[in-house]
Design a protein around this ligand. Sequence first.
Ligand code: CMP
Length: 141
Amino acid sequence: MLEQTLAILKPDCLRKNLTGEVMGRIEKAGFKIVAMEIVKLTPQAAREFYAVHKARSFYEDLVRFMSSGRCMPIALEKENAVEDFRAFMGTTNPKEAKEGTIRKLFADSIKENIVHGSDSLEVARSEIAFFFSGKELLESD
Ligand code: CMP
């Protein structure tokens, strides 16, 4: 099924000047870019985006990190995009990630892990809507 998922190139990805490298790999893996932007999240916006984690011990740390610099939310489209993007980026903890995945290649820690990807189709819809209104989400040609 043709799906859309939300990726975020996190502040560590931009700080390390890795956006071109990671975007190139995303495109080579067959994902189409549907919408993208560069934004510096306020702590409040980061809290809202990660509200599902608010009871976790790492929540405030995660909020601090995600609002520490610019990030790039990107809506991506591909057959089976949600699952395929998660496999492509690797496990949350880069130490456990498979060889060749984005997190294995570029991430420093479980918190500073370069990239985010939606974990289900339903979550993808709400995460895409968090950053993009309908007008950016043009159907791909
Ligand atoms: P992400 O895929 O964006 O979803 C939730 C984020 O929380 C995750 O990537 C990590 O950046 C962060 N995270 C998960 N577990 C921990 C942890 N134990 N300590 C710090 N950050 C974490």
